[in-house]
Design a protein around this ligand. Structure first.
Ligand code: G4P
Length: 285
């Protein structure tokens, strides 16, 4: 399968982030907790070189809790502050606030020495499309107190979400396209629905996903569809198609329809909490 990206947009997005980076104290980087490696754009490391760093494992409600623990540890060991969050529910925001304070302790100290009191910490939220940036910003800023305002001179006209007096979020999140040099990363991003379906081969994608489940989450396909799991992935997909009445003319199975159904069930949590990569299997599973 060939995954295509848009280098033109990427360059523009990066340039915008570069301009804004001077204004912030901390980079808040969202990744999808189901794929914390594949959904992390390595360009952010370069862009935010001298900034405090917080990684948010977002959509943690969709990921396997045990594997998420491993990822928290993994990124902490690499020197990041790490929080796991469900932005849709607003769970984990208190911890995020606490970690931002902790990560910017030195800035607070510098301000204090210069006699500057209560200057808010400024943060940029960044991540690949669909990772939950807008949902996170809304949840963190809170509807009631989410105000934006211009501060010419200080912020060069940028808008900030002044959710509380301690932390201001830049209004426009930094959008970076995912990067992948191998097919596995592309595959995982396609499974979570971050790649436009029309450029993908759904039958192939779902067969690979069925193979992943057979190996890593045995019993799930049987529990959901009542099908026998042994056999090749195409055989399993064929059984799912029959079990769910995905049929074409002449009693033929419509495996593409069954594939869409399987992926949609995964993305809607109907298969349960499933992580697609663990810290020790970042590249292969
Ligand atoms: P983006 O700005 O990074 O592009 O992402 P956005 O906030 O638009 O979120 C993308 C999708 O992910 C949205 O679903 C959003 O509700 C969902 N989402 C964000 N954070 C979480 C989370 O922590 N847990 C879960 N389960 N989902 C999350 P959507 O289907 O596009 O829209 P809708 O269903 O909310 O209407």
């Amino acid at each position: 399968m060939d995954f295509q990206w848009y280098p033109g947009h990427m360059t523009k997005a990066k340039r915008m982030m570069q301009e804004n980076i001077k204004l912030i104290d901390i980079m808040v980087e969202l990744v999808d907790a189901r794929v914390p490696y594949s959904s992390k754009n390595p360009d952010i490391d370069e862009l935010a070189r001298n900034k405090s760093r917080l990684i948010i494992l977002n959509k943690e409600d969709m990921a396997d809790p045990e594997i998420t623990k491993g990822w928290e540890q993994y990124y902490k060991e690499q020197g990041f502050f790490v929080a796991k969050v469900n932005s849709q529910r607003g769970a984990g925001m208190k911890e995020v606030r606490k970690l931002i304070e902790e990560a910017c302790k030195e800035k607070r100290e510098r301000d204090r020495k210069r006699g500057i009191l209560n200057r808010p910490i400024r943060a940029m939220v960044a991540g690949i499309p669909n990772v939950g940036k807008s949902t996170f910003i809304n949840s963190f800023a809170g509807k009631a107190c989410a105000k934006t305002g211009n501060k010419p001179g200080l912020t060069k006209g940028k808008k900030w979400n002044k959710n509380n007096k301690n932390v201001e979020l830049l209004d426009t999140p930094g959008i970076l396209w995912p990067k992948f040099d191998d097919q596995t990363v592309g595959l995982r991003l396609a499974w979570i629905g971050s790649i436009r379906e029309e450029i993908l081969n759904v039958s192939e994608l779902s067969e690979e996903f069925a193979a992943f489940l057979q190996e890593n989450y045995p019993g799930i396909l049987h529990a959901r569809y009542g099908v026998e799991e042994a056999g090749t992935p195409p055989e399993v997909m064929e059984r799912i198609a029959r079990a769910r009445g995905c049929l074409a003319k002449g009693n033929q199975t419509d495996v593409e329809k069954a594939g869409s159904l399987l992926l949609e069930d995964y993305r809607s949590l109907r298969l349960g909490r499933i992580s697609l990569e663990s810290p020790d299997s970042r590249k292969d599973f």
